[in-house]
Design a protein around this ligand. Structure first.
Ligand code: SME
Length: 149
């Protein structure tokens, strides 16, 4: 199955599960569970969420234990938040300020999470493969997160 077809399946499965009235935590947990187990090469899949004092703390995730807190304003996730746009990193070791929660990660994508048009965090996915993520991932992951906006 191509990546496009896999994402289409994940998307179709998510739409009826992510009911508007459901608690946000339930919806975020379901998104990471499905993505992590259905997509290929996802080593770590999870959310970092902004707290009231604008700090980034780990939210629902799947994969190895991750950094609980991301130092301001360093690394891939903060860059996605501050620019309010998706960041694709083909080689994390070349990204200035990259925060390595697990040395085995080699590429990464971070997508801002908007709820009611406000940014509340970021969906972050790591792969052990270099250059794992491309525009197809960006388009589908943004489309998935749009279900929550
Ligand atoms: N690499 C991220 C930190 C989170 S972990 O990848 C799970 C960053 O630079 O923001």
């Amino acid at each position: 199955m191509t990546k496009d077809v896999l994402y289409q399946h994940v998307y179709n499965q998510l739409v009826p599960l992510l009911k508007k009235e459901n608690p946000l935590l339930s919806k975020l947990s379901t998104i990471v569970a499905l993505l992590h187990h259905k997509m290929n090469g996802f080593f770590w899949t999870g959310f970092y969420l902004l707290s009231e004092d604008h700090e980034l703390w780990v939210g629902p995730y799947q994969g190895p234990v991750a950094c609980q807190y991301l130092e301001k304003h360093k690394g891939v996730c903060w860059t996605a938040i501050l620019n309010q746009k998706t960041i694709i990193v083909p080689n994390v070791h070349e990204f200035p300020g990259h925060i390595a929660c697990d040395q085995r990660s080699n590429s990464e994508i971070a997508i801002p999470l908007f709820v009611n048009q406000s940014i509340i965090g970021v969906l972050d996915i790591d792969s052990k493969n270099f250059n794992h993520f491309d525009n197809i991932d960006a388009i589908w992951l943004e489309k998935i997160l749009q279900i929550l906006d």
